[in-house]
Design a protein around this ligand. Sequence first.
Ligand code: IPE
Ligand code: IPE
Ligand code: MG
Length: 244
Amino acid sequence: MATNKDLTKLPGHVAIIMDGNGRWARLRGLPRVMGHKEGVKAVRSVVRQARELGISVLTLYAFSSENWGRPRDEVNALMDLLYNYLESELDELLGNKIALKAIGEIEKLPDRVRKYLEETIKKTSVNKEMILNLALSYGGRAEIVRAAKVLAERCLRGEICPEDIDEGSFAGCLYTAGLPDPDLIIRTSGEERLSNFLLYQAAYAEIYITPTLWPDFGRDDFMAALYEYQKRERRFGLTAEQIS
Ligand code: IPE
Ligand code: IPE
Ligand code: MG
């Protein structure tokens, strides 16, 4: 088991459910969009910190399949913020050798956002220091259903038999194909649920929930989550004796 506060023992893949922007704004009598704007600053900070610490993959849940159902003004504002974020971060991603990836139904994003996202993914694809993986228009159930369809089509074409389907080939049809499962999932704003995030991949993730609202999530909050992770004993179904 990892000892407490050992920065050589960090999770390889951290995934964050960035929640609480609306409440952050409401507490200040501001419109919800102001909470999202402030949330972008927390995104910049956590990306920089993850890179400094040497975390390999950082997945950020930025927009869920269900978030499309929010008021149109809020959805539009979120799409604009995403576009502006990508535009402003390109140099930072290139300078720090961070590769951008996206998971989710990105074909549903407005054209200019999708195009810019795809260009940024391409421009940063050779970067090897860290993967910044944005979950956009992402839903875990839709992802699983999509994988089932891909495999069913392969069976129908005679490329594989049902017996060939196993956890490895199934995972290979998810958006996260090629990425390790998340070791640590952080959720801000105190909500104790996954909200359709990485349902398949989260099987053995450690979950850390903090009451801090996303725009207030700073460097100390991230370190607190990482230190808490180091105290956990990951048993993967085995006994404590087997693990040690
Ligand atoms: C998270 O903050 C950002 C997105 C879901 C896009 P919320 O907007 O969900 O904030 P709360 O939960 O209403 O406070
Ligand atoms: C989850 O937050 C989605 C993102 C953080 C992008 P929500 O605010 O949409 O989740 P619920 O509705 O509280 O479950
Ligand atoms: Mg929320």
